[in-house]
Design a protein around this ligand. Structure first.
Ligand code: CA
Length: 256
């Protein structure tokens, strides 16, 4: 069954993966020690365009979460190493993962366990065996709830428009091509016009938990973003604030 699933979804996945990469799609961490279930989940999530990271043990999940913050975690309850319940509790106690959406999976369906899972801070709770479409629906619902700004809305200033839903940027009627990091950078800056963000703040918000990344990385991507956005004759919407960081120019587009 797994083999068939693999073949059927192979093409869909490679297309979806490309789309996910180019659109900077949501990243999902799957923490599940049953190999077959973990594969089933990641195949279906990737087919929906998500970027999936898989770990089998609770302690591995903790290490992974200390390196990269995903957009959502699917967390099995019974895990080798550290239990899903304990991981969830620790996530809620940490600033960086406090509001990270979590769907708990469990074989135990008793109401008392469900209540315990939700009390510890899981956002949703799915009892095995579950239907894959139902779980997918919950993933989408939770992501929409967690990032309502992502679900709708166009940010615009002057002749520049950023469509959060379709991951498109247009300037002066033309499509602007840029990578997912540049898109997230622009989205972040444009979301708060005039506000100056330090390189460290941008690394944290745009790259995730990235203490290991050199701050000059931000300059490189800002450079690419500027190149993508503006031709020589056009006004640069990004302001460099010496010694402080970067801001989206609140006067861009003639207002103010
Ligand atoms: Ca398990």
């Amino acid at each position: 069954m797994m083999k068939e699933l693999q073949e059927v979804t192979e093409n869909r996945i490679s297309t979806a993966r490309r789309a996910a990469v180019s659109q900077g799609a949501a990243r999902i961490l799957v923490v599940e020690d049953e190999a077959a279930l973990s594969m089933l989940l990641s195949y279906n999530l990737e087919a929906e365009g998500f970027t999936v990271d898989k770990v089998e043990r609770g302690d591995e999940a903790e290490i992974r979460l200390s390196e990269t913050i995903p957009d959502l975690v699917i967390l099995d309850w019974m895990l080798p190493g550290v239990s899903g319940l304990e991981i969830c509790r620790r996530m809620r106690a940490r600033e960086t993962t406090r509001s990270l959406p979590v769907i708990m999976l469990t074989a135990r369906g008793e109401e008392s366990e469900r209540v315990r899972g939700l009390a510890i801070g899981a956002d949703d709770y799915v009892v095995k065996p579950f239907s894959v479409p139902e779980l997918m629906a919950r993933v989408h619902a939770l992501l929409r709830r967690a990032r309502p700004d992502r679900a709708s809305g166009v940010l615009s200033a002057g002749d520049l428009a950023l469509d959060r839903q379709n991951w498109r940027v247009r300037r002066g009627g033309r499509d602007v091509q840029m990578g997912p990091t540049e898109f997230r950078l622009l989205e972040h800056l444009m979301g708060k016009p005039g506000r100056v963000f330090s390189r460290a703040q941008l690394l944290d918000s745009v790259w995730g938990l990235s203490a290991e990344i050199d701050e000059r990385t931000v300059d490189v991507h800002i450079g690419r973003l500027r190149k993508a956005l503006s031709s020589a004759s056009e006004k640069d919407p990004i302001r460099t604030v010496r010694g402080a960081g970067y801001a989206f120019d609140e006067t861009f587009g003639g207002v103010g």
